[in-house]
Design a binder for this molecule. Structure first.
Ligand SMILES: Nc1ncnc2c1ncn2[C@@H]1O[C@H](COP(=O)(O)OP(=O)(O)OP(=O)(O)O)[C@@H](O)[C@H]1O
Ligand SMILES: O=P(O)(O)OC[C@H]1O[C@H](OP(=O)(O)OP(=O)(O)O)[C@H](O)[C@@H]1O
Ligand SMILES: O=C(O)c1cccnc1
Length: 491
């Protein structure tokens, strides 16, 4: 089976590739950078994810005979020679990217793609699609993790996800951010994520009594019994029945693992459930809660003293319900002109949308003693101040008069080589390693950047050269515009 997703792109990419080919500019060397402009959910950080999927896509990136035939049917009537060019298409460029699980921020390059415009343009759509969705879900999961740091978190979202790919890769993104398990078996098989499951109301409904339903379940899976206790009456039927089953199990040397609450006042019910279980000596039986949970409800429930050990989170997480997309973009920052790589800029009436020109790198600047991140430092890739451990001037690009100098620091280059001349050079970490790395990343930041509400913004600072380049290019553009205006006036 061919898994090529070469056509998983917008038509305008194919049209631009065609137009470049017709103009014989398709081999022009270009550099693109992917980044987002606004922190999702008003969070203080985002959790980068999507790289594994990008690599999977890149490894299969070929136009199949079917793809070529389909392109041949388009109303644009692309030349046959162009289609032949596509048939021979191979990505021969370079990709650098931030590692999955890294805490990332607005306006810093997360993925940098360098190569012929023919190839760099094609991959924009898929790359953003993967990065935007997975980073969004990992960030949402991380917010949930922050309010339930010591509890078990289960991802239950598949039935509500925006189709199969979203549930699969969303489960993986949630696991990176600290969830412990998923209910999605395919995600478990494919990514080795631990899987967990209780049972549905349908199980209880398919028996004449709740007690019989619980008993039959316990008989079948004596080591894995978590009983859903809210089908009829949680306090008067569900929990008492579950307690009886626990006693029957203990006579066989087995243990009831837990009960699940899925409706009603979860604070009140979990407190009452805990009392009833404890009174029966069932101190180890865990209480699982589910029902449209998110970070706000979980935090609220905790504040009310809810006695929940494990949270099943579905819809709100997998659909990132309060912010359904991350606005990551992919912008041309440099192109080759007469054998030299020259910066490019996109001017916009909206100052936030004016791009930062030039091929860039991003370094995480770390306090050497405290081992906490101070700022991210975006500089031109040609600069070597950080590598040479030079004193750095850190300033806010929006308020350049606010600045400080750092001379004692550790620095980590965040963009890692992934592809060189089309070859995968990245040693892909195991998912467990990515998850552990993410936890280390969280520890690298002061709590004020991590809090759910009104987090202190973490600084993403630009080097003087990178900032000056942007100013100069804007100035050049303004002067050019003025010249044109004067010329028009004279005519
Ligand atoms: N004590 C609580 N404080 C705040 N939110 C709660 C509390 N208990 C439950 N919730 C949340 O309130 C919402 C209750 O929604 P809703 O009224 O639709 O559920 P329900 O009627 O209890 O159950 P069902 O899903 O079967 O309709 C859920 O999102 C749930 O997680
Ligand atoms: O609420 P979520 O966070 O999406 O978690 C998954 C939900 O899926 C299941 O029930 P389902 O929603 O299918 O039915 P129910 O609402 O009637 O319980 C489960 O009982 C959870 O409530
Ligand atoms: O295992 C569960 O309890 C479960 C799984 C998916 C959705 N809701 C609940």
């Amino acid at each position: 089976m061919n898994h090529s997703m070469a056509l998983h792109t917008d038509k305008y990419q194919i049209n631009m590739m065609y137009a470049h080919w017709k103009n014989d500019t398709h081999n022009q060397h270009t550099v693109f950078e992917a980044f987002f402009r606004k922190m999702p959910f008003g969070n203080g950080y985002a959790v980068f994810a999507g790289l594994e999927r990008i690599i999977e896509y890149m490894e299969q990136l070929r136009f199949t005979d079917d793809d070529i035939a389909y392109l041949g049917e388009q109303e644009e009537q692309y030349d046959a020679a162009f289609l032949e060019e596509l048939r021979n298409f191979r990505f021969n460029g370079h990709i650098d990217a931030v590692k999955e699980g890294t805490l990332v921020f607005a306006n810093e390059p997360l993925v940098r793609v360098e190569g012929r415009v023919f190839e760099t343009q094609l991959i924009e759509t898929a790359l953003l699609n993967f990065m935007n969705f997975q980073t969004l879900i990992a960030t949402k999961a991380s917010r949930i993790k922050r309010v339930a740091k010591h509890d078990i978190l289960m991802e239950f979202g598949t039935r509500r996800a925006q189709e199969a790919d979203a549930s699969l890769w969303g489960a993986r993104a949630a696991y990176i951010a600290g969830f412990h398990a998923t209910s999605n078996m395919l995600a478990g098989k494919r990514f080795s994520i631990p899987t967990k499951g209780t049972h549905a109301h349908a199980w209880v409904q398919s028996f004449t009594s709740e007690h019989q339903a619980f008993e039959s379940f316990a008989k079948a899976l004596p080591d894995h019994v978590t009983l859903l206790v809210d089908t009829y009456d949680t306090l008067h039927s569900g929990i008492p029945n579950a307690i009886q089953i626990a006693k029957q199990l203990s006579e066989k040397g087995k243990k009831l693992q837990g009960i699940r609450l899925d409706s009603g006042d979860l604070a009140y019910l979990s407190i009452e459930a805990r009392k009833m279980l404890d009174e029966a000596g069932l101190y180890d039986v865990r209480i699982v809660a589910s029902n449209d949970l998110d970070e706000y409800t979980i935090a609220d429930l905790k504040e009310q003293g809810a006695r929940v050990d494990s949270w099943g989170v579905g819809t709100q997480l997998i659909t990132a319900a309060d912010q359904p997309s991350l606005g990551g973009v992919y912008k041309l920052v440099a192109r080759e002109i007469n054998g030299r790589l020259e910066p490019t800029i996109k001017i916009s009436a909206n100052p936030e949308k004016v791009t930062a020109p030039g091929k860039k790198d991003v370094y995480r600047i770390i306090h050497p003693k405290k081992q906490k991140a101070i700022a991210d430092y975006v500089c031109l890739a040609s600069e070597s101040d950080v590598e040479r451990k030079q004193k750095l001037k850190l300033f806010d690009p929006l308020h350049p008069y606010i600045h400080k100098y750092v001379d004692q620091y550790e620095a980590e280059k965040l963009l890692k080589p992934i592809y060189r001349s089309g070859q995968l050079v990245y040693d892909r970490p195991l998912l467990e390693e990515i998850r552990a790395y993410h936890e280390q990343q969280i520890n690298l930041f002061w709590p004020e950047h991590l809090r759910k509400k009104n987090p202190e913004p973490f600084h993403v600072d630009y080097s003087t050269k990178a900032w000056q380049l942007k100013r100069d290019m804007i100035e050049m553009y303004v002067q050019e515009k003025e010249k044109l205006r004067l010329m028009r006036q004279e005519e």
